[in-house]
Design a protein around this ligand. Structure first.
Ligand SMILES: [Zn+2]
Length: 361
């Protein structure tokens, strides 16, 4: 009732602002707050703001204002604020719509002068409980994963790494870490994300070791889930999915719906961000001590990520098929650095997002 009343007041009162053009838009975020700044040329006649539900959004109408033709009409933001949309609502009025992905505790709209600006502050709801991270050691049991020509097995390395990442994250007061497996057992790809879903995990990281028909290939790369036509990325995914490349190519229509729904929920953007943080975390940490080939962030259709109801990424750590990489993988100190790097990426990601999935539960 109070909200309705506020909304009505918001609709009825035009706050005087005094301009002609919306020139630019900036935004910045911390876990607690997102700030959007609208830069105006001169001053608008007035503004009003109101919050709408289903879907959650906030809109601000600025009267006596035109939209600069140079401004993008839709800006993807990520985090709790999914996107900002701009439109000329009528010849006199610019409408700014903020699409929200996280529960909003409150918001504030105010103007600042010299230069003329309108500032929108969004305050996110505080976090109800600790973050839940699920680490998935790839393969296991009857499935050894890739095996190096010198006998090193992927399933042993992924387990060693998952245990080291867990150790590196221990002591973080806001984190709970779970492993899909902590010993040499077989798990199907579906079981891994089902476990994460059951736990209501906030993110899922699958750990793997790369391998390629090209013995020169080496380095670190991180993937997020998406369709790709890139032959190399598709080859990596086909190997991890234990299916043929031909079968991979036939999947397109089957996965289109899944990917579209992930994209709608903003989870693909979060997964991309998670993958970026992990890749950067690994490269920066490992690179301080070892020469690193940074293969970057890529995307492909990994079955193990398909069922995840939370942001997810898959790490491919070095190549068992490359002699130098294989030597590194035998070096406990190297694994330690990789694990610290992955942990660094996870922490950076969690420090960056407001707790949208937690609060939604
Ligand atoms: Zn693997």
């Amino acid at each position: 009732m109070r909200r309705l009343w506020l909304l009505l007041v918001g609709l009825l009162l035009w706050e005087p602002v005094g301009a002609s053009e919306l020139l630019a838009l900036r935004h910045s975020s911390s876990p607690e707050r997102t700030r959007v700044v609208l830069e105006l040329q001169g001053a608008a006649e007035g503004y009003r703001a109101a919050r709408l539900r289903a879907p959650e959004r906030l809109y601000i109408d600025l009267k006596g204002l035109r939209l600069s033709p140079r401004l993008e009409r839709s800006i993807r933001v990520g985090r709790g604020l999914r996107a900002i949309r701009l439109g000329q609502f009528d010849p006199e009025t610019v409408r700014v719509v903020l699409d929200l992905a996280a529960p909003l505790a409150s918001y504030k709209v105010f103007r600042l002068g010299a230069p003329e600006r309108l500032v929108v502050d969004l305050y996110w709801e505080p976090r109800p409980r600790r973050w839940r991270v699920v680490l998935d050691a790839g393969h296991g049991g009857k499935d050894p994963g890739a095996i190096s020509p010198w006998g090193l097995r992927e399933k042993d390395l992924t387990l060693a790494l998952a245990l080291l990442v867990r150790k590196a994250l221990q002591g973080e007061p806001n984190l709970e870490v779970f492993l899909t497996r902590d010993r040499d057992v077989y798990l199907s790809l579906e079981e891994r994300t089902m476990m994460a879903n059951r736990l209501g995990a906030d993110l899922f990281v699958s750990i793997h070791i790369n391998s390629s028909p090209n013995p020169q290939a080496r380095g670190l790369e991180t993937y997020f889930l998406n369709w790709t036509d890139d032959a190399e990325a598709m080859r990596v995914a086909a190997r991890e999915n234990a299916i043929s490349l031909k079968r991979m190519r036939q999947q397109r229509s089957e996965v289109a719906a899944i990917l579209a729904s992930l994209s709608l929920q903003g989870k693909r953007d979060d997964s991309l961000r998670l993958a970026n943080y992990i890749q950067r975390g690994m490269v920066s940490r490992v690179g301080a001590r070892y020469k690193v080939q940074n293969l970057g962030v890529k995307y492909a259709l990994f079955y193990v990520l398909v069922g995840a109801q939370m942001p997810s990424a898959l790490v491919e750590v070095s190549f068992l098929s490359n002699r130098q990489d294989e030597r590194l993988l035998r070096d406990r100190r190297y694994l330690q650095e990789v694990a610290e790097g992955i942990a660094r990426g996870i922490k950076a990601y969690l420090g960056d997002v407001p707790l949208r999935y937690l609060a939604q539960r």
